[in-house]
Design a protein around this ligand. Structure first.
Ligand SMILES: [Ca+2]
Ligand SMILES: [Ca+2]
Ligand SMILES: [Ca+2]
Ligand SMILES: [Ca+2]
Length: 328
């Protein structure tokens, strides 16, 4: 008997060690079957308590553990998204106001995208970077819920409006991260103005200054032009596997429209602005000489092809500056 009991105890110790290594915190020590779900449930409860205590960063960590325990839990994803926004320090009310304010005011700069005049450039860029990264995480959290790939308390209609707003914020701040390194900072990123120039149009300003900074070589200018075309393509065109940002926002807004009566934003106004931004953006594709590039043809539908020079001047006097250009 003695000779047999020793190996059994060692076996039990080893089993306990294995279970603990794979997550003893959930209080579900023998959870061999369905362990992921139960463990995620405990972690979510812990996270919700941290949210109530306004310990947002700790809540993000806890909900992230819940996501790892069960990536298909809509609860873990939803609350991770919520904690991420709160941990980034943004007022939801102010953010919603910023998303829709002045998108229809002729002459106004595009909100959230444009520099905040009350902040230094460094402070404004740091704030935008924080919001940009939070929006990316929130979209990653909510997208699988929207696509019906999760189970739990939240479904596609529950997250549609949140996802639409997060996708919109991510989309317009992507236009600020022109070198795609997850940081908004000029330079190395370049910045062009986006403002409302008419009831149905947005205009891009200072494209030549942004893409052709003084001292830039032809190769550097060409790289900026290529990057610019890529940004506009991702915003307004997309492809079969990756719908454009505009299409994604519209899809989610339409999904949200069914339940938007009590929302504090004007869904129709945001939808119009997003459609008009995407439409206007395609006017500015630059023909870079590469076969099949987006700038080939009459981008602004005025009957002329590549009619502008990228020079900061409205060469054809149609009210748009440097639309439908060619470079080099
Ligand atoms: Ca960047
Ligand atoms: Ca044209
Ligand atoms: Ca023009
Ligand atoms: Ca021009």
């Amino acid at each position: 008997m003695k000779r047999k009991s020793l190996p059994q105890w060692i076996g039990l110790l080893m089993l306990t060690a294995v279970i603990c290594a794979s997550g003893c915190k959930g209080g579900n020590i023998f959870g061999l079957r369905g362990a992921a779900d139960d463990n995620a449930g405990d972690l979510i409860l812990d996270g919700e308590e941290l949210l109530r205590d306004a310990k947002f960063a700790e809540a993000v960590t806890k909900f992230n553990e819940a996501k790892v325990a069960n990536p298909n839990s809509s609860d873990a994803r939803y609350f991770h998204a919520k904690a991420t926004l709160l941990a980034a320090g943004f007022s939801v009310t102010q953010l919603l106001r910023d998303v829709t304010s002045e998108t229809q005011t002729v002459g106004a700069n595009l909100p959230l995208y444009s520099p905040d005049a009350s902040l230094s450039q460094a402070a404004d860029e740091a704030r935008k970077t924080l919001l940009y990264r939070a929006a990316i995480d929130i979209v990653d959290d909510l997208d699988p819920i929207s696509k019906g790939q999760t189970s739990g308390s939240f479904d596609s209609t529950d997250v549609a409006l949140d996802l639409a707003i997060a996708t919109y914020i991510k989309g317009i701040l992507l236009l600020r991260d022109t070198n795609n390194d997850l940081e908004i900072k000029v330079p190395p990123d370049f910045f062009f103005d986006i403002s409302r120039i008419g009831s149905g149009d947005f205009g891009f300003g200072n494209l030549s200054g942004a893409l052709f900074p003084s001292g830039a070589t032809v190769a550097e200018k060409q790289a900026n032009v290529d990057n610019f075309n890529r940004l506009i393509h991702d915003l307004a065109v997309g492809d079969s596997e990756n719908p454009s940002i505009v299409d994604r926002v519209i899809t989610n807004l339409l999904q949200a429209g069914l339940i938007s009566d009590e929302s504090s934003i004007n869904v129709t106004e945001l939808k119009d602005a997003v459609e008009e931004l995407g439409n206007s953006a395609t006017f500015y594709f630059i023909n870079n000489g590469v076969a099949g590039n987006d700038g080939i043809g009459d981008n602004d539908n005025d009957g002329r092809t590549d009619e502008e020079h990228l020079n900061g001047i409205d060469d054809d006097n149609d009210g748009l500056i440097d639309e439908d250009t060619i470079f080099p």
